[in-house]
Design a protein around this ligand. Structure first.
Ligand code: APR
Length: 311
């Protein structure tokens, strides 16, 4: 079988880390694409990573490019093209500027890589992936938004820290939009199979939920000039890897819903199975009334932003 090809649209902070992870995990050859003004940046990152490959003997190569023709034939595309948040901004504040960038990117994907599995990262996530799906006319199983893996990683990190336990044994699920009213499902989270609610007191759990919801803003507050990039890159690679290797992992992320959770025609964070067929299944979690109310609130925020998008 031929080597896989990974197109990274946007060669900034997340893009550079995506390229490094893809090479280190031997996922395929990488094209790190950006606008002409950033040609030196992507060519430099490509060269730097290719030289690093000598140290540990990686077989995949990175090419820096500003020509969409080089992206053609990609098996997976991960889009981080867009502007990150600055302190005091909400993800929604990025809508106009990132939508403009997304229109350009979506039109080029439609033209050059219509068969790729496309993972959208730039914010506001749920609205951007909705617009991408429409403009690029991608099949619904071939386009997802990356948010849930990152949001659950944050939740798992805080739980492991609170318990002093291995992060490997923390299982958690976050549903809903990638905003401050996302819904960490505490009742469905476990540590080594033990329900989280039996291990951590309610007030402490509430604080973990709050910190998870505001996890993106915490990083923006620390970095000041941009938003998180290491964990977002790893989270996106987990989704790409599941597709490329047909791992059929069940990962949370934004998928097009058609009636699940009572939602129709919107992208929203849910657990989905990702394999060679792209989004192969969407799982429905049974929720109690309180959880349903939280999810509805999150959906109304997503809906408001999506409905304001003029396509
Ligand atoms: N086509 C390709 N790349 C573009 C385009 C475009 N039309 N417009 C901008 N870019 C590039 C920029 O030149 C920059 O190199 O996207 C890159 C974005 O990189 P950073 O500014 O470093 O942002 P990053 O931290 O990687 O975050 C990107 O992900 O988490 C979200 O909210 C975040 O929307 C932001 C995105």
């Amino acid at each position: 079988t031929r080597k896989k090809k990974i197109g990274l649209i946007g060669g900034g902070q997340i893009g550079g880390n995506l390229a490094l992870l893809a090479v280190q995990k031997n996922l395929g050859d990488v094209v790190l694409f950006d606008i002409p003004a950033a040609e030196g940046l992507v060519k430099g990152k490509a060269l730097d990573i290719n030289q690093l490959s000598a140290v540990d003997g990686y077989d995949c190569r990175v090419t820096g490019s500003t020509d969409w023709k080089d992206v053609a034939g990609s098996d997976v595309i991960i889009i981080t093209a867009g502007v990150p948040r600055k302190p005091g901004m909400s993800r929604e504040d990025l809508l106009d500027i990132n939508l403009k960038i997304m229109r350009d990117v979506a039109a080029n994907i439609k033209q050059h890589a219509p068969n790729a599995f496309v993972i959208k990262v730039a914010n506001p996530l749920d609205a951007m992936v909705f617009a991408l799906h429409k403009i690029a006319e991608l099949p619904k199983n071939m386009v997802v938004g990356m948010a849930g893996v990152l949001d659950t990683s944050r939740f798992k990190c805080f739980v492991a820290e609170a318990l002093g336990c291995s992060i490997r044994d923390v299982e958690a699920l976050v549903l809903g939009g990638h905003g401050d009213d996302m819904v960490p499902l505490v009742r469905h989270s476990t540590v080594g199979g033990v329900p989280l609610t039996e291990l951590i007191a309610k007030d402490k759990l509430d604080a973990i939920v709050k910190r998870t919801r505001e996890g993106g803003a915490e990083l923006v507050g620390l970095y000041k000039t941009g938003s998180a990039y290491f964990a977002p890159a790893s989270s996106s690679i987990a989704m790409a890897e599941s597709f490329l290797l047909d791992r059929k992992r069940v990962l949370p992320g934004a998928a097009l819903l058609e009636g699940q959770y009572g939602i129709n025609g919107y992208f929203f964070g849910v657990p989905m199975q990702i394999g060679a067929g792209g989004v192969e299944k969407i799982h429905t979690v049974q929720l109690d009334d309180a959880e349903k109310a939280l999810l509805e609130k999150s959906f109304q925020s997503v809906k408001k932003t999506v409905d304001s998008v003029k396509l």
